[in-house]
Design a protein around this ligand. Structure first.
Ligand code: ATP
Length: 239
């Protein structure tokens, strides 16, 4: 198989004010791969995906998406290029129904003209959302809201999705459903970078993984290698 990099990060540095958070991160994700980003709280995982999405103002280095340098490109333009981002804090719009929230996700996408087809497809994939299409989205459970955020991002048919701790605070049965969905997205050819605290679950669906510690990549390998390496998990993955 030929490995085509969908995302290629080199020497990525990021700052909040004068705090130097990311210190030369190198990371790559091939087309169609599911890669997991692991590390303790405060390791720099969220900062890494926000930098990729274009949401950190002070960054240096290189972020190539689908062969193009995007470091100076605004976040909305990266989204239009097919790079979707589901933040930890979901960003469901209160007062809007599930259906309206999905529409919002399609605004910047060529698929907005096929809105009803897209909504039908989401309803088929997520029975919980189907039952709630006309419900105020903010009245749903945390897990259902997270499903909506993911479905909304996937509805734009992105080339790649960045997922920041999608399973956090969600009941296990929904987490299993969510992870099955990630596997089906991967099968459909979507490239995925997944931040996940539930390391053993994530490694079961991932191809490869990176561990971040204090703003640096300290380990990378195949998911199978990392699953076997209990020592490395204990060292870097405890919260
Ligand atoms: P978590 O699992 O807790 O989300 P993380 O690995 O995603 O952790 P980041 O959120 O990227 O870590 O944070 C990395 C470091 O940057 C932490 O020390 C954090 O306190 C700091 N940080 C994050 N956001 C800001 C901000 N807006 N201003 C200043 N410092 C920040």
């Amino acid at each position: 198989t030929i490995e085509v990099p969908m995302l290629e990060i080199k020497s990525l540095n990021a700052w909040y004010g004068s705090s130097h958070i990311l210190q030369g991160v190198d990371l790559s994700v091939s087309q169609g791969e599911l890669v997991c980003l692991i590390g303790r709280n405060g390791a720099g995982k969220t900062t890494t995906v926000k930098s990729i999405a274009g949401l950190i103002p002070k960054v240096t280095g290189s972020v190539k998406f689908n062969g193009k340098e995007v470091l100076g490109t605004p976040a909305h333009a990266r989204y239009s290029m097919g790079l979707a981002y589901v933040p930890e804090e979901r960003r469901i719009v209160p007062g809007l129904t599930v259906r309206e929230n999905i529409r919002l996700g399609l605004l910047a996408s060529p698929l907005r003209k096929k809105e009803s087809e897209v909504i039908d497809e989401i309803a088929e994939t997520f029975p919980r959302l189907k039952e709630r299409l006309d419900q105020n989205a903010i009245t749903m459970s945390g897990g259902e809201q997270q499903m909506l955020a993911i479905a909304r991002a996937a509805a734009s048919q992105p080339k790649m999705i960045l997922l920041d701790e999608p399973s956090e605070g969600i009941m296990p049965v929904l987490v299993d459903e969510m992870f099955e969905y990630f596997t089906s997205l991967k099968k459909a050819g979507v490239t995925i970078l997944l931040i996940e605290q539930n390391v053993s679950l994530a490694l079961k669906i991932a191809d490869r993984a990176y561990i971040l510690d204090q703003g640096e990549v300290v380990y990378s390998g195949t998911a199978a290698e990392m699953l076997d390496d209990v020592a490395i998990q204990e060292r870097y993955c405890a919260v």
